[in-house]
Design a protein around this ligand. Structure first.
Ligand SMILES: Nc1ncnc2c1ncn2[C@@H]1O[C@H](COP(=O)(O)OP(=O)(O)O)[C@@H](O)[C@H]1O
Ligand SMILES: O=P(O)(O)OC[C@H]1O[C@](O)(COP(=O)(O)O)[C@@H](O)[C@@H]1O
Length: 313
């Protein structure tokens, strides 16, 4: 069983447009509303593929109630924690060539009492968990070491913790030896100060995170695929997407696929890439179901550090 924690969930509105012109009136071709936030999406992807999970979700205001009703409609197993501030809304502008522009609100502050209640919910759900996934940005006022505290709490209890966040919260968590971190290219670069233009740069940055405490690093590299550093092995993989619709949630689908496949080695990386590339082909942040996921187009090999990355760093 996999417990996910999303301290800063969102209502995700994805608006499909022809092209983005600042200052213009842009007529949208389509719009999608999805429940969002990184841990929420991991749970949605797991549910869509019949893997048991429990999502811990603070919610507030009209937006929060809408979020909970969307998650209920999907049949998500969750522990919801009512909080005073309204849940945020995040907007993505998606262009036909796959370019996305994301506007993520900061979210509203959680009080110390609310945070304690959320932490208790995670502890109670985690009694039967193999993994706890702590994912996404922190709302204002939440201590930057909150994920680090979870790592300390659960590594003592023999429960694996996966972290997908950025900035100081990522650095603090890495120091508490999480089983897994899933940075994207920007997060890797920010965490290490390295500019990442080749696979070798990404590997060097991931090695730094491992030296600081992360056991396994699954680094996603956008259209360039992903690299996995685990034990003494380094795997690289990618998969083509015939028609990109929206990359929102692709990283979350990747993490879900990796965990669903047992979180080890080449086979788990293939699964992670199959789920991520399937998500890119779906509108909004829709999570892929078994019928969307194709594994035979994913190529995973031993990593060649000299490989140049195509997409911008
Ligand atoms: N434009 C794209 N084309 C093909 N695959 C993509 C594209 N963008 C993302 N992906 C897939 O989704 C995964 C996660 O995307 P990425 O942007 O790195 O993470 P995040 O969504 O966490 O920022 C990538 O490793 C890749 O497999
Ligand atoms: O917590 P953050 O970093 O603001 O990110 C939240 C956003 O990320 C998402 O979880 C998508 O994440 P990815 O595209 O990184 O997989 C959205 O659902 C949500 O709006």
């Amino acid at each position: 069983m996999i417990v996910t924690l999303t301290l800063n969930p969102s209502l995700d509105r994805t608006i499909e447009i022809g092209s983005l012109t600042r200052g213009a009136v842009i007529r949208a071709a389509a719009a999608h509303l999805d429940p969002g936030g990184k841990g929420v999406n991991v749970s949605r992807a797991l549910l869509a593929n019949q893997v048991r999970s429990c999502a811990v979700v603070p919610f507030g205001g009209d937006e929060g109630r809408r979020l909970v009703s969307l998650l209920q409609a999907e049949g998500i197993d969750m522990i919801t924690v009512p909080v005073a501030g309204p849940t945020r809304s995040n907007v993505t502008l998606a262009e036909p060539d796959g370019t996305v522009t994301k506007i993520n609100e900061p979210g509203t502050a959680l009080s110390a009492e609310e945070l304690d209640t959320v932490a208790e919910a995670v502890l109670s759900a985690a009694t039967s968990a193999d993994w706890v996934v702590a994912s996404g940005s922190l709302p204002p006022g939440v201590p930057l070491d909150v994920y680090a505290g979870l790592c300390r709490r659960f590594s003592g209890a023999g429960i694996n913790v996966a972290i997908d966040t950025s900035g100081p919260a990522l650095l603090a968590a890495v120091a508490e030896t999480p089983a897994l971190v899933k940075p994207n290219r920007e997060e890797l670069s920010e965490a290490t100060g390295l500019t990442i233009v080749s696979l070798g740069d990404a590997i060097e940055a991931a090695e730094i995170l491992r030296a600081r405490g992360a056991s396994t690093v699954l680094a996603s590299l956008g259209a360039d695929g992903a690299v996995l550093l685990q034990d003494d092995q380094i795997w690289y993989g990618e998969g083509p997407v015939a028609e990109p619709r929206s990359t929102v949630g692709a990283g979350d689908a990747m993490l879900a696929g990796f965990l669903a496949a047992g979180a080890r080695g080449e086979a788990a990386l293939v699964e992670a890439l199959a789920w991520a590339t399937a998500a890119v082909g779906l509108p909004g942040s829709r999570m892929p179901s078994p019928g969307d996921i194709r594994r035979n187009h994913v190529r995973v090999t031993r990593a060649d550090p000299t490989l140049s990355l195509r997409s911008g760093g």
